[in-house]
Design a binder for this molecule. Structure first.
Ligand SMILES: [Cu+2]
Length: 244
């Protein structure tokens, strides 16, 4: 209790942060039938880790249509404001010659911890497009290799989403969104998300799926209003064109 009073007092004194904040949650549902996943052409070493084979996981869809791996973030309404960088690290692992998770998100400056859990050499090649973000390519030759500084150092600007790949194993791909505020989430295996503690106000939320959206189609948007500390629901539908 005492601790929360101190935090509340600190936030109020800070001025730029509002005391009232609500959680925003919802579900992203896929409409339409995406192209079939592709079987990965694993090499011999990585193939042993997947005796039944492995495919891409571009569209991870639950039975009821819930779509996983969708980035949901506040794309308008927080301009000019600054926020503390979340203290927890975003973790990206290379395990079984695939990246886990497929999509993650971090705020500018947040630690992204990249590790190699395999007894196989991987390298992490990040290919950003935004001005202010720099390409990097680091080798992680041994099991247990960890790098928790390079990503945050190289990515200093908002970018949805940065592609990472392994040049040793060309099927290894991962995407990391870098955002200029801490109000974002990635949908879980059922398509659900929660963005915690968004200050009261009016915003635009964007839902972005890496294989559906891009420069020409920057995501599905929705206006929301957070009043007091009331929870807000925001559901989205992501539509894929019928395969030709
Ligand atoms: Cu690799």
């Amino acid at each position: 209790m005492k601790k929360s009073i101190v935090i509340l007092a600190a936030l109020t004194a800070f001025g730029s942060l509002q005391v009232f904040a609500g959680d925003v949650s919802g579900k992203v549902t896929l409409k339409g039938t995406p192209a079939a996943e592709i079987t990965l052409r694993l090499d011999e070493t990585c193939g042993k880790m997947h005796p039944d084979g492995e495919t891409t996981h571009r569209y991870v869809v639950a039975k009821d249509g819930g779509l996983a791996n969708v980035l949901v973030y506040v794309s308008k309404g927080l301009e000019g404001k600054s926020f503390p960088v979340p203290s927890q690290a975003v973790e990206l692992d290379q395990k079984g010659c695939v990246y886990t998770p497929y999509l993650s998100a971090a705020m500018v400056g947040q630690t992204v911890k990249i590790k190699n859990s395999d007894a196989v050499m991987h390298n992490v090649h990040a290919m950003p497009q935004a001005d202010g973000n720099s390409e990097f390519n680091i080798a992680q030759p041994t099991q247990g290799s960890v790098d928790d500084t390079t990503f945050a150092k190289k990515m200093t600007k908002k970018e949805v989403c940065i592609k990472l790949m392994c040049n040793v194993h060309e099927w290894m791909l991962s995407y990391v969104a870098v955002l200029d505020n801490p109000y974002f989430a990635v949908t879980d295996k059922d398509g659900n998300f929660t963005i915690k503690g968004l200050p009261a106000g009016e915003y635009t939320l964007t839902a972005y799926h890496v294989k559906t959206h891009g420069k020409a189609s920057p995501g599905v948007t929705q206006a929301i209003k957070v009043e007091g500390d009331k929870a807000v629901t925001a559901d989205f539908t992501v539509e894929v064109a019928a395969p030709k």
